[in-house]
Ligand binder design. Sequence first.
Ligand SMILES: Cc1ncc(COP(=O)(O)O)c(C=O)c1O
Length: 302
Amino acid sequence: MGKQYLGLPIIPADTAFGLMADFDADTHPNKVSLIAGAYRDASGNPWILPSVRKAKEAIGESTLEVAEPNDVVILQTCAHNPTGVDLSNPQWMKILDLVQRKKLFVVFDSAYQGFATGDVNEDAWAVRLFTEEILASGSHPGLCVAQSFSKNFGLYGERVGALHLIVPRHLSAQGAQSELMAIARAEYSNPPRPGAVIVETILGDQRLKAQWETDLNTMSSRIKEMRHELRWKLEKETQQDWSYIENQIGMFSSTGLTSQQVSRLRDEFHVYLLPSGRLSVCGLTERNVQYVAHAICQVMNT
Ligand SMILES: Cc1ncc(COP(=O)(O)O)c(C=O)c1O
């Protein structure tokens, strides 16, 4: 054993953690872990208590309740990254009501327009609602939309986007624009042109725009198909309910896999996802979905 940094001795591993590691390494098909004091349902899976789920919703709302006028609230418009869980229309209306009541300044983060429903207009529903209502109110500080075209134009290397500032009708946007230009000048001076020209060309040409809308549908439909396939393959192998995989929206799924299970997926099956358990459905294909489903089942059950 070499000399230890700062002379720190190697202390014995925590008993429970050591046992858990032994359990993970054990390949016996009938192995049972009675170590951790974490509740599991009848199928042996972690259980999100309905009361906790509801409390989380309430906390989300009460966080906004304590906000002060002009506080900035960042809201993802659709196909939420990383959860794949979007607000319903009635929930958006509730947030709008709160935002108006408390005079909060909303910044919409729109990075996946077209990936939720496959329809760009449908996916902008919340942005339109907020814009119309906030402008109509006449007394609200406005809002902002940070729109990325990286994903919905597949321009990952160009990172094209647009910042929309929606200003109350009775006020001029000139001052705000000059401020934004000064920030841009300091941050990046001038953006590269090529990606922006591609987006401009497509959105400015009816036929290309229609083609792009079809392309978006191609992407979102394939993602939905893969969600469906993964769900059914997992259900077939585990006899458990995996409907949430299909019900989640957009590119990402929060699988609930632990970082240990994610490591095993990588080490034993060469399947890579983020340690948080976030899975990008885009990486699934007809050819690998069965393999991935099987790998997930293996790391969950053995
Ligand atoms: C929610 C969200 N907003 C913004 C971005 C980044 O957008 P851009 O590629 O335009 O920097 C991402 C991912 O890259 C994202 O997931």
